[in-house]
Design a protein around this ligand. Sequence first.
Ligand SMILES: Nc1ncnc2c1ncn2[C@@H]1O[C@H](COP(=O)(O)OP(=O)(O)O)[C@@H](O)[C@H]1O
Ligand SMILES: [Mg+2]
Length: 261
Amino acid sequence: MKPAKRTLVSKWTKTKRLLQNRGLRKFIPETRLFSRTNLLYLLKKYRMIYVKPVKGSGGKGVIRAEVRRIRGKTLLRYQQGTTIRTFTSFGAFYASLYRTKFPRPYLVQQGIPLLTLQGRPFDIRVMVQRTATRRWRTTGIIGRLAHPKRAVTNYHSQGRPLPLRILFASRLSPARRRRLTASLARLGLRIAHDLGRKYPGFRELGVDVGMDARLHPWVLEVNTAPDARIFNELKNKRIFRRVLLYAKANGRYKSRKLPRV
Ligand SMILES: Nc1ncnc2c1ncn2[C@@H]1O[C@H](COP(=O)(O)OP(=O)(O)O)[C@@H](O)[C@H]1O
Ligand SMILES: [Mg+2]
């Protein structure tokens, strides 16, 4: 028998699975495969969308696109990396996006207006790992603040890892922030239980969660080989040590160099 796969790259396969779960559906942004029709449909419906590679990581190739009305005129624009392009027709907008993504398969996804700090969007990485007894445990939660010139929060795209304490300082009391953190930990576990049932080989999940102004959590993607090292950016090393311990027990970082803690 083939061993169960430990990782799964396709965001489309993982998203489809989560959308089938009635209890989890409300946390998953509407997502479709890239096509002219789907792009137009989601753009009209949400005004802001993300267009991203089916197989990607680190924020590479991720595009934020939106419709704007400026002085009676409709403008379409998208940002990839630090480049912004603006168009006056959907045809030109689509042609440019198509050229940019070609030949890779892409998704289009409802854009979540992420909470911001000093004008920069942030989201949250929830780390869920299997224990020695194959239970799931949320081992670490960390925020990521986008670089001022970018539309993605990834550490590998110059995003800045920060504790939720700092990101929510002006919005929530410590008690409310702790309740929010606990609910994010539970959401991570629910995602892990669902995906773990379908894919028993999964051992570690890094759930990317965006929050809107109502503090509703949205699962932007689920990583099956999440990087523990982002937690080394927290001053409190307890969390990094724990995440690393579980990661190693799960067979990660056998050969790769890691900083000592
Ligand atoms: N639907 C979305 N709404 C708002 N922001 C998003 C959305 N999808 C992605 N992003 C932003 O882009 C980043 C990278 O997207 P993600 O789907 O996690 O791809 P990657 O595998 O490259 O990390 C996210 O962490 C988030 O900052
Ligand atoms: Mg991600």
